[in-house]
Design a binder for this molecule. Structure first.
Ligand SMILES: [Cu+2]
Length: 479
């Protein structure tokens, strides 16, 4: 595959510092956040970060409130939130609150839902999160550069009644393409990559640092919130010696289940919450391995058990199923059906795709687009006057058949709604799972359903950022 690795991914023996530990365990308070309130100030600005450890040069990044990942936004389910975003970059930006069902005007798509925030300007996002769970925030302007240079942060919407765990941890995973000097490699928007796997990097950080080990204790129950904040890297995580149970996908609780083949498949922009019973032995270490790309497996980190005896001898005897969120149940018998077909990219076998794989002149808005949905390419980040591919009457139940006719993987993200995943390649999907980002393998056909209850123009796009920029995007209108 189109992936390079340098020495950074093989571990250098760095140990986590106290600061790293704090981020995974206590999650520090936010600057500009009054304790107990749902109000935050978030500034997007240039910063420097030690992504690859103390022995490596710092990296010039763009960051929310100066940290990688951006500071944690912790909200409460059903309580109004107010998020003041300041733009201290030298270019326009917006913030998209990924996965949160909110009013269209708060969705952060430039041109489509709000004017972009000018350098020196600010925008106040106000919404009441209906769903508890693990979400994240990132720009929706110049997305490839802005996300690729570090602008991303986690959002946790707390349940009214939390499930019993010893610790609630968040691993924000980010893929970077770093140079030997520690800088972020140039070449964003490379057309060949855009028509293939996208900009997959060479360094994966956990909460903003290469991680050698994460401290755990035998016998504890950990809720682990996994976020893939990468531009393009798909991950398949194996926890050696452990049996993680998936309890939520994209913030939405599902029936607890073990991942297929013991690998947690995590596409860009996806979140998966797992429950982990720490069944390992005191003093031992167990790898957490990402082996998605053939022949390129590497350790994301290790679970490092301290020497203390087990906290308990048997798994905690308390329910681990999360309370369901108030999602409207689609009426499948009465639902409207529509097809959305993903086209293009290299090796698609489509006419006109030879000679570099670009679809010049084929479609609507994108000169030089590499991808299309139902024959139309919308390129960039979103802009005024994007015509909807489909219009739904508010309140209707909708079934979408997503057909991936390409030779590449695509995490398809719908704004403003969560999707009940009904079937994949004709086989029912169990576990009653809902997703806002549906990872599609080459040639996959995935059937999803939802109630079009949130009025407005909503983006549907691939979250491999190069793919979105190069045309794998459309708009769905709820009128
Ligand atoms: Cu894609």
């Amino acid at each position: 595959m189109n992936t390079e690795f340098n020495g950074l991914v093989s571990r250098r023996g760095l140990l986590r510092t106290g600061a790293g530990l704090l981020l995974t365990t206590a999650l520090p308070p936010l600057p500009g956040h009054a304790a107990g309130s749902n109000e935050y100030r978030i500034a997007a600005a240039p910063a420097r970060a030690r992504l690859a450890g103390d022995s490596r040069p710092e990296t010039d990044v763009w960051a929310y409130n100066g940290t990688i990942p951006g500071s944690l936004v912790r909200l409460r389910q059903g309580e109004p939130a107010r998020l003041v975003v300041e733009n201290r970059l030298d270019q326009e930006t917006t913030v998209h609150w990924h996965g949160i069902r909110l009013p269209n005007a708060m969705d952060g798509v430039p041109g489509l839902t709000q004017p972009p925030i000018k350098p020196g300007g600010s925008f106040v996002y106000e919404f009441t999160p209906p769903d508890a769970g693990t979400f994240w925030y990132h720009p929706h302007a110049n997305s490839l550069d802005q996300l690729g240079r570090g602008l991303a942060g986690p959002v946790i919407v707390e349940e009214r009644e939390p499930v019993a765990v010893d610790r609630d941890l968040l691993w924000f995973l980010t893929d970077w393409r770093l140079t030997d000097e520690g800088g972020i490699a140039s070449g964003f928007g490379n057309r060949m990559e855009a028509a293939m796997s996208g900009r997959v990097g060479n360094t994966v950080t956990l909460n903003g640092r290469l991680s050698e080990a994460e401290p755990v204790r035998a016998g504890e129950r950990i809720r682990l919130r996994l976020v893939n904040g990468s531009l393009a890297r798909i991950m398949a995580l194996r926890f050696e010696g452990h049996r993680p149970l998936i309890v939520a996908i994209d913030g939405q609780p599902c029936d607890p289940h073990e991942p297929e083949g013991s690998r947690i498949l995590l596409g860009p922009a996806m979140r998966i919450d797992v429950m982990l019973y720490m069944q390992g032995a005191p003093g031992r270490r167990y790898g957490v391995i990402d082996d998605f790309y053939d022949g390129l497996s590497y350790p994301v980190t290790q679970l490092a058990y301290d020497e203390q005896r087990a906290l308990r001898e048997h798994p905690l005897d308390a329910p681990l199923e999360l309370s369901r969120n108030p999602l409207p149940e689609p009426d499948l018998a009465a639902a409207e059906r529509h097809d959305l077909t993903l086209q293009g990219g290299m090796m698609s076998g489509m006419g006109g795709m030879q000679g570099g794989g670009m679809m010049h002149g084929m479609m609507g808005m994108g000169g030089g687009a590499a991808w299309a949905i139902n024959g139309m390419s919308m390129t960039g980040d979103g802009h005024a006057g994007m015509e909807p591919a489909l219009t739904f009457q508010r309140g209707r139940s909708i079934i979408l058949m997503l057909r991936n006719e390409t030779a590449w993987w695509h995490p398809m993200h719908l704004h403003g709604h969560s999707l009940a995943v009904l079937s994949r390649n004709g086989r029912p999907v169990s576990h009653r799972q809902w997703q806002d980002t549906v990872l599609m393998a080459p040639k996959d056909i995935v059937e999803v359903a939802f109630v079009a209850d949130n009025p407005g123009d909503w983006m549907l796009h691939c979250h491999v950022m190069d793919h979105q920029m190069a045309g794998l995007m459309t708009v769905l209108r709820v009128a």
